[in-house]
Design a protein around this ligand. Structure first.
Ligand code: F0G
Length: 354
């Protein structure tokens, strides 16, 4: 088999790639689709997880960022800027490093998970923190990108959605067709919009079918669900702590056209799903990602996902991004033992055969 050379090469016929587009890649895309045997049995459906945490910077943002940065370079830009709850900034910083341009990131102080911040620092981004939340940061960078030649790489940049739609292509290829239901966390609402675009384009070319789009917001940041801007969004899932999603209308269109829904899940449901996914399926996804798993559980219980349905849940980011939230959730303390094998033998007990 041929070495995977990234999204811009693999899906060039579906993307705005021209002969002048630089060939940038960190090996993004081609992420695993895993069948969740235990959760499937529990829920009475066929559940699969698309592990976007396997991307080079640990989130789905790399799909959109490789396209946005390549086009920025093609157009002669020397700097990119974004607002971020963490993952966008990590991805922007990495691709800017690869492309040898500046990355300026604006983040809400104290509300970005440690791993994401570490990435931005290591990749050499210029970090600006503000007291305000993501929505405020986004309005700031939108304004300055209009007044300067710095390229905005939030998902309001259409190249971001172009890159991110490739995940829908992969789901269809890995499953053999579109699933009945596509479950996805919703923050700024770019990704749900990108998937829907991707499914439609893929269906047009390959007749793979179309899923119902089930989006999930965190209860304390559920602007689309409540149909009103949330001025002080709050959730344990800092990735989706957003009160005025930029792609609001596109997300509503995806919901309406697909016959799906956008609903809310509580922080408690998110943390339950977070632990369940790790402990029953061996996948450590960050809390924001687990909003989709929490949503699937609730929608199955409420009968809105029918028994036997094929469901793909998008696990948008790697659990290692946010180790603090994981540790805070752990009730179990490690067992302390003296430094000898017999104590360990005693501890393990009757399950040991000599
Ligand atoms: N899951 C994760 C892990 C995210 O980081 C995000 C968004 C989402 C889901 C929601 O996707 O915004 O397209 O609806 N993170 C952005 C960021 C806001 O700055 O990293 P969306």
């Amino acid at each position: 088999s041929v070495r995977w050379q990234g999204l811009l090469k693999h899906y060039k016929d579906y993307l705005p790639v021209t002969e002048n587009t630089p060939e940038i890649s960190l090996g993004e895309g081609n992420t695993p689709l895993i069948h969740f045997k235990n959760l499937s049995r529990k829920l009475g459906i066929e559940l699969y997880g698309k592990v976007e945490g396997a991307n080079p910077t640990g989130s789905f943002k790399d799909r959109g960022m490789v396209m946005a940065v390549a086009k920025a370079v093609e157009e002669g830009s020397k700097a990119i800027v974004c607002a971020s709850t963490g993952n966008t900034s990590a991805s922007a910083a990495a691709y800017a490093a690869k492309a040898d341009i500046r990355a300026i990131i604006v983040i809400p102080k104290g509300k970005v998970a440690m791993g994401k911040l570490a990435q931005a620092i290591m990749y050499g981004a210029e970090i600006v923190e503000i007291e305000g939340n993501f929505d405020k940061a986004l309005s700031m960078v939108r304004e300055i990108s209009e007044k300067t030649d710095v390229t905005l790489v939030n998902s309001v940049n259409p190249y971001r959605l172009e890159g991110q739609k490739t995940a829908a292509f992969e789901v269809c290829e890995q499953l053999g067709s579109a699933p009945d239901v596509l479950a996805i966390p919703v923050g700024n609402a770019g990704n749900i919009s990108a998937y829907w675009k991707g499914f439609k384009e893929y269906h047009e070319k390959n007749n793979a079918g179309l899923p119902k789009m089930f989006g999930f917001e965190a209860e304390g940041a559920a602007a689309i669900v409540k149909n009103q801007i949330i001025t002080e969004p709050e959730t344990i899932a800092t990735a989706i702590r957003i009160g005025n999603p930029a792609s609001w209308e596109l997300a509503v269109t995806a919901r309406e056209e697909s016959g799906g829904s956008i609903t809310a899940v509580s922080d408690e449901e998110i943390t339950t799903a977070f632990k369940l996914l790790a402990q029953q399926e061996g996948v450590f996804a960050e809390p924001g990602s687990c909003a989709s798993v929490a949503g699937v559980i609730r929608q199955c219980e409420q009968g809105n996902i029918k028994e036997g349905s094929s469901v793909v849940t998008i696990l948008t980011g790697n659990g290692l991004k946010d180790p603090q939230t994981a540790i805070d959730q752990m009730e179990i303390k490690p067992v302390s033992l003296p430094n000898d094998a017999n104590s360990l033998l005693d501890y393990i007990g009757s399950t040991v055969t000599v």
